[in-house]
Each structure stands twice: as C-alpha cells, then as structure tokens.
Write a protein that binds this ligand. Structure first.
Ligand SMILES: [Zn+2]
Length: 563
C-alpha cells in the first residue's frame, strides 16, 4: 500500500511535466480564427505545436523554469498568414530585376528602362517585368517606343500579369520572327498593316522570345530564394501555395529545406497536362510521397482554362467592348476528361479561370469529375475568378469548389480603371472581383497575391479588400464598394480559409491546441482600427512552429525565460 502511494507521488509530477510549455505568449489580444473560441489573451507552445490557448493566468500555469515568456503587452496576434496563390521563385527573382510596376506613364517607363540599361551596359539582355497596360497611350506599348529608349539592345519585358511581352527589334530577329512566321497555337504576334511584328507577343507567343533569355544561374536563384523567404516572413507569412512548378527550382527549395532555412511552409502544385505520359504521373506521385509536410508538401495540379482580360484572352460568354470573346484553352470534353483523371488519382486541382465562360467550364469539369469518380471533398479550386456570372456563384458551395481569389486584384489603380474595366464593358466591370458576393454565396474564399503579379504583403491585401481603394485612398468610397468585405473576413481568407484551401485545416489556419504554432504579432488590432490604419500597421513578430522567423527591429519587448 505504501509502495503504491509512493509510485503515485512520483508519477504525477512526471505526467504533469510533460504538459509544460516551451514558450508562452501572454497579455495579448489574440484572434484565433476558431469560431468556438475566437478571442483569447494567451497561448502556450510546446515543441512546434500549440499546447493551450486561454487566459493569461491559465497559460502562465503551464510555464516552468526555462519557459520563454513573451509578454505581448496588449498587442494583436493571429494565425500566421497563408498566401493561397503565388509564384515564389518568380517573386524572389523579381526583387532585383528591372521592375516597371508603379510606372504609370510612358515617360516613367522610359526612365526605368533607360536607368537600368545605363547601369547594366554589358548584360546581353535587358529583361524586366511588371509594366501595366494603362501606362501606354492606347493600352499597349509599341516597338517604336522601345527602340527610341534602347536602340540596338536585346530587350524582353513581361507585362505585370505575365501574359504579354514587349520585345525589341533585335529580340524579334534573334527569335527568327518575320512576316512569314505564323502565330503559335494559343498565342499571337501582333502585327502592323504591313504584317510586320509590332514587338508585342501574347500568351504562348511570349515563349518565342522568353526561351532565349538566359535564366539566372542556380546560385543566383538560391540567393534570391533566401531573400524572398526573409521578405515573406517579414510580411507575416507562414505558409504559401505555389501556383507554378520547375524542377530546377525544386532542387533549391529542397536544399534550403535540408539546411533548415525554409522560413515559410510550401504547398506545391505541378502542371496539369492533358493525357499525361506515365512517367509524368510517376514523377508527380514520387513528389507527393516524398514531400508530405510540414514544410514542403505536394498534392495539387494546376491548369489554365483561359488567359487574362487586358489582352482579351480570358474566355467570355459575351464579346469584349472592342470585340472578341477570348478562347478557352480546352474543349469542355477534354477539360472534363483531364480533371477527372487527376481527381481519380486523389489530386487537388487548381484551374486558372478568369472569364465568365472559363469559370463556368471549370465548375462543370469539377461537377463531372465528382459524378464520374464518385468523389467528394476534393476541395478543387478555381484561381482568380475575376468576372463570374452571378448565377454561377452558388455552384461553388453546391459543388464544394474553393474560390481562390487575390485581394490586390481589386486595387483600382490606373491600369484597372483605364484599361481593365473599359475592356470588360460596364456591365461586367461592375461585377468584377466580387469578394463580397462570393462570401454571400457561401463559398470558401481563400486569398492570395499571385506574387510577383502583385506584392505578397498581406496587410496591403487586407486593406484593398476592405476599402477597394488604392493606398492613396482613391477613388473616394472605393471602387464598387458593394463588394468590400470586413477586415475579419479578409483575415479569415488569409488564414483559416487558405488553410482549408490547401487541405491543411487540420494542422493550421487557426490557433487551437494541437495545431502548428504559426502566428503573427502586429503593431495594431486590425479588427478594431479604422481601415486607413491597416497600411500603417506593422508586423512585429512572425512565428513558425514556435520559432521566430522575423522580429521587427522596433520590437518593443524581449522575451524572458521564466524563473
Ligand atoms: Zn498565378
């Protein structure tokens, strides 16, 4: 009897010790994203996961000698941000490239290109990106404009959306593009009345020149990738969904993973190809088995149903203001068959669809796949969804299809107001980027950035979704203000809903016991301040699996070990 009692005494402290925290965050205003317990003061971390959430006194009780105590001093914290659609390596490489975004006139574009050419007199190619259609008179640049800025250089400049290229005469010559060259399938070489190329290549024709531009050496990419990770962590990102794939880039990601340097979790997609050869599917399966998380995970395929609005390649039911309806890249039958093939194999499918016709086709393909395979809960996604028909919105909820949209696509800048909306015509322009209507239809909506198309700075994205104005606050009251959403809805789309959209809501997206300790601490309570304050709000601390991946220099507190 005495022995048994002694054993009990020894066992209780041991069992209790197993539940002590490595780290606690106390005295915060913490939004958990968990509807059952939306607001707490404190959170405890053990190893890489959340041990408990609750009041400061409850969580303090989990500290022991050596537990790291972070006093949030009333600051706001929430689940780490998740960007549901970006192109990470492209974004990382763009940090040091010739960037033309922000240039709103031909004169500004000229200055950027001229300065870059002067600073890089010996590079074989002047390669850059980010120009917007609205910066040019008539909504499209010309060969003559480029030759006037940098005569006799090889120049390749991709538009901000990646679907159009502006190239020089030497570049056209090097690619062998003459009057006799026919347009490649799914692309166009713009020509003047004489049939000569005007320096503008659309869609698949971009490749005629892009394939000649030397890609950065692996070590350059490695350095850029590391820099991109630092930037993402400084924006409060803890997870991203990759919307493109490259075997060489994967080697770099794997290397950084091995070096324990991956500051952001990756959910990766591979290209959805029609009638994939057996070796392609075998490779996809190999990746899916090799990388199962929590830092790198495969499981999605991505395909394109159409192009983009500005170059009138997004597929529409009704003609654009200047004519043409765009053309889907697939017949419905081919799309149905291909989606069903990947659905059957357990993949989550991402379909880029921007025009109303492409969106309707994507929804139908998902409906057919579920029927043909008897599958449920695949959480297939449509990417962008810029101009859906109102009657198609309820289909998202009915079919369990996720709306993967990009908050900054509603940024009403010059390109948006002067080119994008007029291209659509007034009826469709009024219902573009309908974030509120998508929410109201009951769909799960996940936010992303499409970086480098737009910045992956999440707080800017939230600001845009909430105000539908530019950072300067124009137009007053917001563009199509009926589709503004609350800061809480926007935050949910960047956390819980994005986790759901990556089929990872069991391990992330909310702050709850057992989930990964991925969180971000901000300078202000973004759910309480006026919307203009969102742009002044700063990320103070980003935590991934319990470890800091970013600390602001201004961080007003230090964490201290408990005594
Ligand atoms: Zn994209």
């Amino acid at each position: 009897m005495r022995r048994a009692a002694l054993l009990l005494v020894l066992l209780v402290p041991a069992a209790h010790a197993a539940e002590k925290a490595d780290r606690i965050f106390i005295n915060g205003r913490i939004w958990t994203g968990d509807p059952g317990r939306p607001r707490v003061e404190a959170l405890a971390v053990r190893d890489t996961k959340i041990l408990a959430v609750g009041s400061t006194s409850d969580v303090r009780a989990l500290a022991e000698k050596g537990t790291d105590v972070v006093d949030l001093q009333g600051r706001f914290a929430c689940p780490g941000f998740i960007d549901a659609h970006l192109h990470f390596m492209g974004g990382a490489l763009s940090l040091d490239a010739l960037r033309l975004d922000g240039a709103t006139s031909l004169a500004e574009v000229e200055k950027h290109i001229r300065d870059y050419a002067r600073a890089h007199p010996d590079t074989a190619w002047i390669a850059g990106e980010g120009w917007t259609y609205g910066a040019f008179p008539g909504g499209m640049p010309t060969l003559a404009q480029l030759e006037a800025i940098v005569p006799d250089r090889l120049v390749f400049l991709r538009s901000y959306d990646g679907h159009t290229a502006w190239v020089s005469a030497l570049a056209l010559a090097k690619a062998g593009i003459t009057r006799a060259t026919t347009d490649p399938p799914g692309g166009a070489i713009l020509r003047d009345t004489q049939g000569d190329a005007t320096g503008i290549l659309k869609e698949s024709a971009v490749r005629l020149v892009s394939q000649l531009v030397p890609t950065p050496a692996p070590f350059e990419k490695y350095k850029a990738f590391r820099k991109g990770l630092e930037l993402a962590a400084s924006y409060g990102l803890t997870s991203v969904h990759q919307a493109s794939f490259d075997e060489e880039d994967l080697k770099i990601v794997e290397q950084v993973l091995d070096e324990r340097g991956l500051k952001v979790r990756f959910y990766a997609s591979v290209p959805m190809v029609q009638a994939p050869p057996a070796e392609t599917l075998a490779r996809y399966d190999e990746l899916r088995k090799k990388h199962v998380g929590p830092l790198l995970r495969f499981g999605a395929v991505k395909g394109f149903v159409d192009g983009v609005v500005e170059s009138r390649t997004a597929a529409m039911f009704e003609p654009y203001a200047a004519g043409g309806t765009g053309l889907p890249r697939w017949t419905q039958e081919d799309l149905d068959r291909t989606v069903a093939l990947y659905d059957k194999a357990g993949y989550q499918v991402f379909l880029h669809a921007i025009g109303d016709r492409a969106i309707a086709m994507a929804l139908s393909a998902y409906e057919q796949a579920a029927k043909a395979n008897g599958t449920r809960g695949r959480r297939h996604r449509i990417e962008h969804i810029e101009v859906p028909r109102p009657e198609d919105l309820p289909r998202f909820k009915a079919l369990g299809v996720i709306a993967s949209t990009q908050a900054l696509f509603a940024n009403p800048d010059q390109n948006h107001l002067e080119v994008y909306l007029p291209t659509l015509g007034p009826v469709r322009a009024a219902r573009a980027m309908p974030f509120k209507a998508i929410d109201d239809a009951g769909a799960v909506q996940a936010f992303g950035s499409d970086w480098p198309v737009f910045s992956c700075e999440v707080l800017r994205g939230i600001y845009c979704a909430v105000t539908r104005t530019t950072p300067e606050g124009t137009p007053a009251g917001g563009w199509e203000p009926g589709n503004r959403i609350s800061a809480e809805a926007a935050l949910r789309h960047f956390t819980r809903d994005a986790a759901f959209a990556g089929r990872e809501d069991d391990v992330k997206g909310t702050l709850a016991p057992g989930k990964l300790a991925d969180l971000v601490v901000l300078s202000d309570d973004i759910l309480a301040i006026p919307s203009a304050g969102l742009l002044k709000t700063r990320v103070l601390l980003t935590v991934l699996g319990g470890q800091d991946t970013y600390r602001a220099k201004e961080l007003p507190w230090r964490s201290t070990p408990a005594r």
